[in-house]
Design a protein around this ligand. Sequence first.
Ligand SMILES: Nc1nc2c(ncn2[C@@H]2O[C@H](COP(=O)(O)OP(=O)(O)OP(=O)(O)O)[C@@H](O)[C@H]2O)c(=O)[nH]1
Ligand SMILES: [Mg+2]
Ligand SMILES: [Zn+2]
Length: 299
Amino acid sequence: MELKGTRGRGIVLASYGRGVLAQSAETAMHCALAGRKQRVVCGDRVAWVYGLAADGASVESIEPRRNLLERIDARGRAEPVAANIDRLAIVVAPQPAPDWFLVDRYWAGAHLKDIAAMLIVNKSDLASDSIQSELANYRALGLECREVASLTGAGIPDLYNELADQVTLLVGQSGVGKSSIVNALVPDAAAQTAELTRDAEGRHTTTTARWYRLRPGPDSAIVDAPGVRDFAPPASIVRAAERAFVEIHRFGLDCRFNDCRHLQEPGCAVRAAVASERIAARRYESYRRLYRLYERLAP
Ligand SMILES: Nc1nc2c(ncn2[C@@H]2O[C@H](COP(=O)(O)OP(=O)(O)OP(=O)(O)O)[C@@H](O)[C@H]2O)c(=O)[nH]1
Ligand SMILES: [Mg+2]
Ligand SMILES: [Zn+2]
C-alpha cells in the first residue's frame, strides 16, 4: 500500500516517549514526533503525514490549544498534563483515605485555567462518614460533589449524562477508581486499554493519560490520568489565593495590609476567620502549604 505523503488529522489519545497515538475518524495511528522540541500531550489535535520524516506517520503540526493543564515538577518547571479539557473531575474515595490538600491543588489548577471542576466521590458502597464534613465544606464553597460507585453502577447514568457533551479529565490519587469509572462510563473501554500495565503487586495501574470517546464526535470524551501523589499548578501564591481559595480571598479583602500574606501579619482578617471557624482550618492549612511550596520554588 502506497501511503507516502498521505495526510490526516486526529486527536491524541495517549502520548509515550517519542510518539503519540492519534485517533482520526477512521483509525488510530501511531505517530512519531517530528522534532525534539515538539511536545504533544493527550487531547491535542494534530495533523500527521505519512512516510516523510519517518517510516510511519509523524506529527506535522499541533493545532492551537484551547487550554493546557500543567503541573509543576519537583524543581518548579511546568509539565503538561492534558490539553483541550472542558472539565476537571477530581476523584476521591473513602479508601484510600482522601488527600484533601491534593483536591485543593487540583481545584486551584482548574480555577487558574478557567476549567470547570467537580469532585467525584467514588466507592459510595463503602462507608463514607469520615469524608462528609469535607464534602459539606466543598459544597458550601461552590464545588459540585457527586457520589458514585463504579463497582455497583450507582450514580453512573447521571454522571454520564452530565459529562457526555464535554471533555472531562479524571485526576486523583492512585486507587480511587478513575479507570473503573471510565470502564463504567465507556462500555468498550476495556477493548481500548491495551496500554494498561500491571505493577509489581499485580495491580492494574494507569501509566499515561488516555483519551476515551463517550459519544461520537470530538467533543465528548473522558480522559483517564495516572494517579498522583502530589500536584501543584504553575502559578504564584497570590494568583492561586485569589482564584482558588475563594474564602481566603473573600476574607482577605478586610485585612489591614493590602499585601497581607495571611501568615503572621497583624490585623489579618483571614486568621480571624479561621479562629472563628468561618474558614475551615484545614483549608487554611492547605493555603499555607501551597504558600510554602511556592516560596521554596521562587528564584
Ligand atoms: N468498593 C469499591 N471498589 C472500587 C470501586 N471502583 C473501583 N474500585 C476498586 O478500586 C481499585 C482501584 O481502581 P482503579 O480504577 O484501578 O483506580 P485508579 O484511580 O485508576 O488507579 P491508578 O490508575 O493507579 O491511578 C480496584 O481494586 C477497583 O476494583 C467502587 O465503586 N467500590
Ligand atoms: Mg487508573
Ligand atoms: Zn491577611
